[in-house]
Every structure is written in C-alpha cells, then in structure tokens.
Design a protein around this ligand. Structure first.
Ligand code: ZN
Length: 255
C-alpha cells in the first residue's frame, strides 16, 4: 500500500529537531510520496536541502503563498520565475487568497494569484490553491482564468457541498486532511457525496493535526487518521482509498 501526502511542509523549522525520525515514521506507515508546497524565497534553501536529503520521497513545488504577498511581491514573483526557468517543479503552490491574516493586501494577492496561474499554464503545471475565508475571491479569479489546461488541487478544502462542486468544475481535486476529523469541521457531513476520484490526501504538517492530535504539531504519519475517517465515510478499505487517492495524485503531479 502506498499513501501520498500531497501537501506537507517537511522543511518547516518545527521539524528541525527530529526531521529524519519523523520522515522514517511516515515511511514505516507506508507514506512514501511527499509533495512539498512553497511559501516564499526565505524557504527555498531549506526546500532544496530537504530534496537532497530525501530524494526518493520528496517532490518540490514553487510559488508565493498569499500571506507572503507584501510590498516586495514583484521581487518574490521574479524569484519564482527564476526557479521555474532553472529546474523542474511538480506544481505551482501554494498560491491563492487568504483574508484571515490580512485583508489590506487583497488586490495584490489576487494579482499574484492570477500571475502564477498564468505561469502554471505556460509551464503546463498544476496549481495548488490556498483559500482561507476567500472562496468568492478565489472563484472570481478562477472564473476569468479557467481553461482546459488549468488544473490542480484545492488544498485543505473547508467549504460546503456547493463550493466543492464548483472547485471540481474548475478541474480541481479537493485536498482532504485533518479538518475532516474535527467535530465542527463540517466537510464530513457531505464528503461522501463527492466521488473519490476528486479527492487527494494531505496533512499540511506541521499545521492542522487530525483528531486525536488536534492542536499539536502535525506530521505526515498522522495522515492515517485522515484515512481512518475517509474509510468510515465512504465505507471502503484503507487500501482502496490509499490506492485511488495515490492514483489521483499521479494524475495531477505526473510523478
Ligand atoms: Zn500549506
């Protein structure tokens, strides 16, 4: 059985003390494919180091996270473009809009999002979307940029059934993680109405640990708790769900 964590920040400072042991715990639990979203240029070196330390398991994305869209965002976007011109990445992410941390940057967040969607189309790469309190704003951009060539993952999906269907209509898979195990998470109420072909698994480690670890540091091995919950919701085995969601991740990332 192969389990794929489509969104995990393994380079985070939160793992500086025990990164190798943490990754070994995950591999032990059959999680052997890790997709690594970018945040901004301050993490590039740590991401490249992670890749050279764990070349068999780790696949890097590049991109500018919406909470890092600040006055210098044009320079940051140039950094993303430079990396894309130099080497291979599996996706552009995470990109999008976040109105929880800062609403004053909405216009430049949308501009950076749109710019990076165009880069994804140019390089024929998937996008990985970060959306926090910003479904309308994200959908507004996707509506103007949608096309056959645009596809990807709506990471940490937390919307309702209607928003799930709308995300899927833009060629997006839904990234499902710890939130599905939360008592008030909401998505467990309707998720089984969405075909598993639209779902990928993720942790977003070190954030959003699933129950019973909620509030603690998350790690990739805990994705098994997400699998437990999906198995219950869909009435299918761990094996089947791991297989389908891993195939879905291959269709997106082409690895
Ligand atoms: Zn993330």
């Amino acid at each position: 059985m192969t389990i794929t964590d489509t969104h995990t920040h393994l380079y985070s400072e939160a793992f500086n003390e025990d990164r190798k042991a943490m990754i070994e715990r995950a591999v032990e639990a059959n999680i052997t494919r890790f997709f690594i979203p970018a945040i901004d240029s301050s993490y590039t070196e740590a991401m490249l180091q992670l890749e050279s330390d764990f070349p068999d398991y780790v696949y890097l994305m590049t991109g500018l996270h919406p909470t890092s869209v600040k006055e210098n965002y044009k320079e940051e976007l140039k950094h993303v473009e430079k990396l894309l011109s130099e080497r291979k990445f599996v996706a552009i992410g995470e990109i999008g809009v976040d109105l929880y941390w800062d609403q004053s940057t909405l216009e430049i967040q949308k501009e950076a999002f749109r710019h990076q969607i165009r880069l994804a189309k140019h390089y024929q790469l998937p996008i990985v979307i970060h959306c926090r309190e910003a479904f309308d704003e994200i959908f507004e951009v996707l509506e103007t940029e949608k096309s056959e060539e645009l596809f990807g993952i709506f990471h940490c999906f937390t919307g309702n059934l209607e928003q799930a269907k709308r995300a899927i209509s833009f060629n997006m898979k839904l990234g499902i993680g710890g939130v599905v195990t939360f008592k008030n998470g909401g998505i467990d109420k309707f998720l089984n109405e969405i075909d598993l072909k639209h779902i990928v698994l993720e942790t977003d480690a070190p954030y959003l640990a699933p129950a019973p670890f909620r509030g603690k540091r998350n790690e990739s091995a805990y994705i098994v708790k997400v699998l437990d919950k999906l198995s219950e919701l869909y009435g299918q085995s761990h094996q089947e769900i791991a297989e389908i969601t891993t195939e879905n991740s291959k269709a997106i990332f082409k690895v």
